[in-house]
Design a protein around this ligand. Structure first.
Ligand SMILES: Nc1ncnc2c1ncn2[C@@H]1O[C@H](COP(=O)(O)OP(=O)(O)OP(=O)(O)O)[C@@H](O)[C@H]1O
Ligand SMILES: [Mg+2]
Length: 328
């Protein structure tokens, strides 16, 4: 394990075997039976909310089917990082052609394509063709948040697995075992608090557990300090910047807050609403309308990063109308 994955609890405690995945029983059972006769494995489509074990299951599956050299025969791609379907095609083709080492008997190579629902319909149509052309040598595991974002012809070629949010008892008991291994003092209530703040997203929960442990014991007080207050003060900074129409800076800070600190987009909106009303803008009703609009868009599943960036831009206009000069 590399140093960084040793340091990050989410990686350090990522289950290596299907059997160790918490909950998702029905999925683990179906996957375990697929593993028994890999030759007839179809392409797979994993759909579900963040931090519920999709990538973990895909990796564990590859590890079980391909055995020791699994790394050499597994390609992990992120659809939204690749520059387009042509790079995906090139990488998949090169990978599929790459000779198998002599003496190694593997049924196929595994291609894990994360964020497949971020691909345009045209790209997905091209992907479907790639899947067909290379199906003698490869199996795809497509991962997405919403299966509705995947075109029908791909869906119908895949066995679909729906991951659900993890329940409190599962997340709490997983965190308890991590605390034991890391020799971290904690209270039951603090772990429940972490669950409450992260709503069934195990990655987010483990990250919050680690940052709380970083400043001392895992107590309600420390959990709230790391989760709420620190991100809240960052939210107020972002709101201040965006009302001053400093869009670029505000957006950069927002990305750090959601990606590094793991604040969910919904929580960002919640804190943003509180911060904005504290400022007592003369045109607060415009701000309220904007916040409600983006809240709704997030609920119906629009792209959070794009939506929140648009909100920051809109706040810039609202701040200008209000003659806003800064909170300090
Ligand atoms: N069901 C689970 N059992 C045990 N640990 C889990 C489970 N789900 C998530 N985790 C923990 O959370 C981390 C992230 O999980 P994973 O990468 O599988 O999430 P994901 O479903 O792929 O999420 P995303 O959609 O954000 O990529 C893992 O490293 C692991 O520590
Ligand atoms: Mg993932």
């Amino acid at each position: 394990m590399s140093e960084i994955s040793e340091l990050m609890w989410v990686e350090k405690y990522r289950p290596q075997k299907l059997q160790d995945v918490v909950n998702q029983r029905a999925i683990v059972e179906r996957l375990s039976s697929i593993v028994k006769s890999p030759a007839s494995m179809p392409h797979l489509l994993f759909a579900g909310p963040p931090g519920t074990g999709k990538t973990t299951c895909a990796l564990a599956l590859a590890r079980t089917i391909l055995g020791e050299p699994w790394r050499d025969y597994t390609l992990e791609l992120n659809a939204s990082d690749e520059r387009g379907i042509n790079t995906v095609r090139e990488r998949v083709k090169t990978f599929a052609r790459y000779a198998t080492q002599r003496g190694i008997n593997i049924p196929f190579r595994v291609i894990i394509l994360d964020e497949a629902d971020e691909m345009t319909n045209d790209a997905q149509t091209a992907l479907r063709r790639i899947m067909e052309e290379t199906s003698r040598f490869t199996r795809f595991v497509l991962i997405c948040n919403y299966s509705s974002g995947i075109i029908e012809p791909i869906q119908s070629r895949c066995a679909v697995f729906r991951f659900s949010r993890l329940e409190e008892k599962d997340v709490v008991s997983y965190m308890t075992s991590i605390c034991k291994k890391e020799k971290v003092r904690h209270t039951e209530e603090a772990l429940s608090k972490i669950y409450e703040l992260t709503g069934g997203d195990m990655r987010h929960a483990i990250n919050l557990l680690q940052t709380s442990a970083f400043i001392g014991d895992v107590s309600i007080e420390n959990v709230e300090k790391t989760a709420g207050i620190s991100s809240r003060s960052k939210v107020s900074e972002i709101i201040d910047l965006s009302l001053k129409a400093n869009f670029k800076e505000a957006r950069n800070k927002l990305v750090v807050l959601t990606e590094v600190y793991g604040l969910s987009e919904r929580d960002f909106l919640k804190y943003a609403t509180e911060e904005i009303f504290k400022l007592g803008l003369p045109n607060a009703e415009h701000a309220a309308e904007a916040l409600a609009k983006y809240d709704y868009r997030l609920i119906v599943g629009a792209h959070p990063e794009v939506q929140l960036a648009a909100l920051l831009a809109e706040l810039g206009r609202i701040g200008k109308d209000a003659g806003y000069r800064g909170s300090k």
